[in-house]
Design a protein around this ligand. Sequence first.
Ligand SMILES: [Zn+2]
Ligand SMILES: [Zn+2]
Length: 316
Amino acid sequence: MRVSPAGVEMRLIFLGTSGSMPTDARGSSSVVLKLGRDLVMFDCGEGTQRQMVRARVGFRRNMILLVSHLHGDHVLGIPGLLQTMSLLRRERQLDVYGPKGLIDYVKAFTESLGGPTFPVILHEVQEPGVIHEDERMMIMAIRSQHIVEGLGFGVVEKPRPGRFHPERARALGVPEGGLWHRLQHGGEVTVDGVVVRPEMVTDPIRRGRRIVYSGDTRPTGELVELSRGADVLIHEATFMDDLKERAAEDGHSTAAEAAETAREACVKTLVLTHISSRYPDPDVLLCEAKKVFGGVVVAEDLMELEVPLDEGPQAA
Ligand SMILES: [Zn+2]
Ligand SMILES: [Zn+2]
C-alpha cells in the first residue's frame, strides 16, 4: 500500500456560516480546509473572497472547490472569486466539483463577464463515490436530500506510515539509506536473501484524518456512513427541533438531527453551521445538540479549527 508523507497541518477556516441569508454577524456559506499550503473549499457563498482576504487564505494556491448545490447562498461567491483570482494573475488550474447544472451556471456568468484567465475545470458529479484522488487524499461525494439536487462531501487523508524504529532495522541487518526509506513507506526489502517486511520495523499504519461536509440536507444513512469515525463533521443546523416539520419540508436538518448523525457515526467533533437569522444567539442550537452529542460547537465566521494528527492505528 502507498502511504502519504508525514502528515501536514490541517486546519478548517469557517468563512461564512449563515443560513439562506447573510446577517450582520454571518456571511453566506463557505468553509475552507487548509492542507499544508493547499486548499479544499466547501461552497462559495457571496462575500467568500472578502473573507478569504480577512482570513489570509491565498488566491493562487492549489485549490479544489466543492459545490454542494446550486442555491444562491452556496454559489453566488464564485463569480467574484474567479474575477479576483484572474486579477491576481492566478495561473494554476482550479477544479470545481458540483451537481448537475454547475456547468450552465458558471457558463452563464462567464459569457457575460468574460472568462477567467486561468484554467477552470468543471466536473458535474454523476454518481456518488470517489470524485478525486491524489497522493495525499481522496474526496468522496454522496447524494444529499434537499429540495434541489445536492451533494455532501468527505475529504479523507491517505493513511500515514507508522513510526519507524531504526534499531529494529539495524538489528535485522538493513543498512541505512534507500532501504530504510522503502520500509518506512510500506515496501519490503531483501537483505542477504532474507525478506524484511515493513511491519517488522515500523508501528502500524496510522489512519488519515477525515473531514465531512453535509451541505444542506435532511439526515441520511449515507451521511452517517461517510461520517463514520470522522475527525470533524461540518453539518448544517438550520432549525431547532420545534420546527422539525418545517425542516423536513425544506430539506434541512435540526440541531438535534445533526447531533444524532454525529452520535451514530461516532465522530470526534461536530460543527454546526448554516445558522439561520432566526437564532441570533446560537447557544440555543448548541444546547439542543449537546443533549444528544457532547463534542459539538457552533461555527462563527472566521473561526479556525485545527485538526490534529491521529496517532491511532488504521482500522482493519
Ligand atoms: Zn443553504
Ligand atoms: Zn439550499
